[in-house]
Design a protein around this ligand. Structure first.
Ligand code: FAD
Length: 459
């Protein structure tokens, strides 16, 4: 597999669908096993029900279908003992404290095990609050005993067709795509250099709070009536005029959307027979007609695979604290094996070209900050999804992308002078499950293509 530049299309000779399909065939069994055979990667804790949508209130957007419901784990016996409330409160307290921002700044390297209490490694220590580390691309999920989170078995709640649809879904997707309005400065400098009007939905400023405020006004300004009027958001973004980072942002979102569409078409409920299975027509009108959406799915595969390949050394020191040392060793071995299947270095995706000082009025650093803030806003928008199961997978996958971006842009390759940020358990679980979702979607697309070929008598 040769270098996949962030602005390449999958059909470019360098990163062909075939290369990525071959890689996917190789890694799929590894990532599937991690997500289905280990406790660490099959339980996720998140605040699914207690966060309100910060952008609008829309009771009509709620999904009442049974398929939208999530089975949370109400009986603590069903989760590994180390994550039970009693254990979590035991881990909390001054000795087990996660290093605060101040401590991290003063002594940025990973803390010594002894400081966390006996036999308690950093990765086993629960997080205290929803506060972001400045290097986070996502609003973190809080695993502490006092948080309002619920444990969910990801295996018991597969991402599939739920029937969640209509105006409410379009409002959420539109809000997510609108996060692509990068800062005024970038938009204006692009406009100057290209001679074209500024970014598709107008320029926004960069700070986090401001971004949320801006989103509200953008929503108001454009209103629902404009939602998806012309068919695809693809039509509204003219890539020739946009900066690389903005294109990457768009492709990540569109690729996520394509992955969700693929899963819902592949595991679809035939309402006449009551059977679950692939729905070829659904695939045709949501994906097959739009090769760019499929290209963006492959783009995400390259991006997330690169992030996971960068974890190889990091996980060597990571403690997979499920309370069962044999299982923990096995989990570690499995994730190392997965990372080893992926090309090392930037062969699959080259993130180093992003956030360079390419624009006269904005530095790479401020552009990155803007990108990060926009991504955090996408994670907040997920609280507006009116179907519990869709919200679960939407939040998990956004967290997965946030983690991938953090690993890509904040973990130096072999740069010891750049300390690696710590990954929360929820981040690692989200990242690996995200790769599993993308990898499974690519496999499903391949199956759908074969169905089309056999329909056309080509097989
Ligand atoms: P939508 O998928 O809602 O798309 C709206 C418009 O966006 C389209 O008309 C098109 O113009 C554009 N568009 C579509 N795909 C892309 C793309 N890949 N790139 C760029 N533009 C695109 N439903 C389920 O059944 N199961 C789920 O698990 C699920 N999870 C969801 C998670 C989230 C975060 C959200 C917001 C929705 C989820 N849904 C889920 C609903 C699902 O995504 C659709 O919104 C719903 O099926 C209605 O589909 P639609 O045909 O109206 O088009």
């Amino acid at each position: 597999v040769c270098a996949f530049q962030p602005d390449a299309t999958v059909s470019d000779a360098c990163a062909s669908y075939q290369d990525l399909d071959t890689l996917n065939t190789r890694i799929h069994p590894y990532v599937r096993s991690l997500c289905t055979q280990t406790d660490f990667f099959s339980y996720y804790r998140l605040n699914l029900f207690h966060k309100v949508c910060p952008f609008w209130s829309d009771e009509n957007g709620m999904c009442g279908n049974i398929a939208c419901a999530v089975n949370t784990i109400d009986n603590e016996e069903d989760i590994p003992s180390v994550w039970r409330a009693e254990e979590l409160s035991r881990l909390e307290g001054p000795k087990a404290q996660h290093p605060g921002k101040k401590q991290q700044k003063e002594r940025p390297e990973r803390p010594l095990m002894g400081e966390l209490g006996e036999n308690v490694d950093e990765s086993c220590v629960v997080e205290y609050d929803d506060e972001c580390d400045e290097r986070d691309y996502c609003v973190p999920e809080d695993e502490s005993a006092t948080s309002k989170g619920d444990y969910v078995s990801l295996l018991d709640n597969p991402e599939r067709f739920t029937g969640y649809s209509g105006e409410g879904t379009h409002q959420v997707w539109k809000a997510i795509y609108q996060e692509n309005c990068f800062s005024k400065q970038t938009a204006e400098s692009e406009a100057k250099s290209s001679g074209n009007p500024i970014a598709p939905f107008g320029g926004l400023t960069g700070s986090q709070g401001q971004a949320a405020q801006d989103l509200k006004s953008v929503m108001k300004e454009h209103g629902r009536q404009q939602a998806m009027q012309t068919g695809g958001m693809e039509d509204k973004l003219e890539f020739e005029d946009t900066c690389l980072e903005k294109r990457v942002f768009y492709r990540v979102v569109s690729g996520l959307h394509a992955s969700i569409s693929t899963h819902l078409c592949y595991d679809y409920l035939n309402q006449t027979t009551g059977q679950w299975g692939p729905n070829l027509e659904c695939y045709k009108w949501r994906l097959h007609k739009y090769p760019e959406r499929i290209s963006n799915l492959y783009f995400n595969f390259a991006l997330v695979s690169r992030a996971v390949s960068k974890l190889k050394d990091y996980v060597q020191d990571y403690t997979f604290c499920t309370g069962d040392p044999v299982e923990d060793r096995r989990t570690k071995q499995m994730i190392i094996q997965l990372a080893e299947q992926l090309p090392a270095g930037s062969e699959i995706f080259d993130e180093s070209v992003m956030f360079q000082d390419n624009y006269p009025e904005q530095t790479g650093i401020t552009l990155k900050e803007d990108f990060r803030n926009r991504f955090r806003n996408v994670s907040r928008i997920m609280d507006c999804v009116g179907c519990d199961k869709c919200r679960l997978w939407g939040k998990l996958q956004t967290n997965g992308f946030g983690t991938a971006l953090k690993v890509l842009f904040e973990f130096g390759d072999n740069d010891v002078s750049k300390p690696k940020p710590t990954l929360r358990r929820t981040e690692l679980v989200a990242l690996i499950n995200l790769l599993d979702k993308i990898s499974s979607a690519i496999k499903a697309v391949k199956d759908f293509r074969e169905m089309i070929a056999s329909e056309q008598g080509l097989n």
